[in-house]
Design a protein around this ligand. Structure first.
Ligand code: SAM
Ligand code: MG
Length: 214
């Protein structure tokens, strides 16, 4: 057909999900990925852990590293209180184009700012470009070798405050050993593991939640 997996995922959303209903967008994507084509969304099982962390924190400013098709973006944004903003970074223009349409279909344009480019270039520009002081919540789900350098960059740029929560996906599968070693042994973080499974599979994976202590 010449279409890509993200384009097919978008078509499923536009065919089956209700416009303006984030929950139906999420359910449609999960169904597509369980029954048609696996895709690297955080998924429903780890997604419910993500939901509890976001709900408990009630962040007014949030950052997501790695948008892909916008699945986790929709999950996070739908839980944000009025006036809150989620900035999500994606360096693949084709994925970003799909994500924009998924986010729009869910009716979440006013809560989400999707920025195209590499995290390493964009993080140092957050203050100038978007007027961000600090983030309350950061979801790390981009390429796994970037978790540690981007965490250090967030620290250096003053984008974390006492109480900022970092939530990292895929810390077991594919795994982020250098990040885990750093975040679990640094006295600047209080960190804990939430055991779960790799999206749409029975393979062990989990999320690491780390509170920045300042
Ligand atoms: N968070 C998404 C979800 O759960 O629905 C899945 C994100 S997917 C696992 C990782 C994405 O990060 C890919 O789309 C990839 O193109 C993007 N990415 C990887 N490294 C990046 C970087 N350094 N800056 C921006 N985007 C990056
Ligand atoms: Mg992931």
């Amino acid at each position: 057909t010449g279409s890509t997996r993200p384009q097919r995922l978008l078509r499923a959303v536009q065919k089956k999900a209700t416009q303006g209903d984030p929950q139906s967008v999420i359910a449609t994507i999960d169904h597509f990925c369980r029954h048609s084509e696996w895709a690297m969304n955080v998924g429903d099982e780890k997604g419910s852990i993500l939901d509890s962390v976001v709900t408990e924190l009630n962040p007014s400013s949030a950052l997501e590293l790695g948008t892909y098709c916008g699945y986790s973006t929709v999950r996070i944004a739908r839980l944000l209180p009025p006036g809150s903003k989620l900035i999500t970074l994606e360096f693949n223009p084709a994925y970003a184009a799909v994500a924009r349409q998924v986010i729009a279909w869910a009716g979440l344009n006013d809560k989400v700012q999707l920025v195209e480019g590499p995290s390493g270039d964009l993080i140092p520009q957050m203050k100038e470009l978007f007027g961000v002081q600090t983030f309350d919540f950061v979801f790390l789900d981009h390429w796994k070798d970037r978790y540690l350098p981007d965490t250090k960059l967030l620290e250096e740029c003053g984008l974390l405050r006492k109480g900022t929560v970092l939530l990292a996906d895929n810390v077991i599968c594919p795994g982020t050993p250098e990040y885990l070693e750093y975040i679990r042994n640094s006295s600047r973080y209080e960190s804990r593991y939430f055991k779960s499974h790799l999206e749409y599979t029975k393979v062990e994976d989990g999320l690491e939640k780390s509170v920045f202590l300042g």
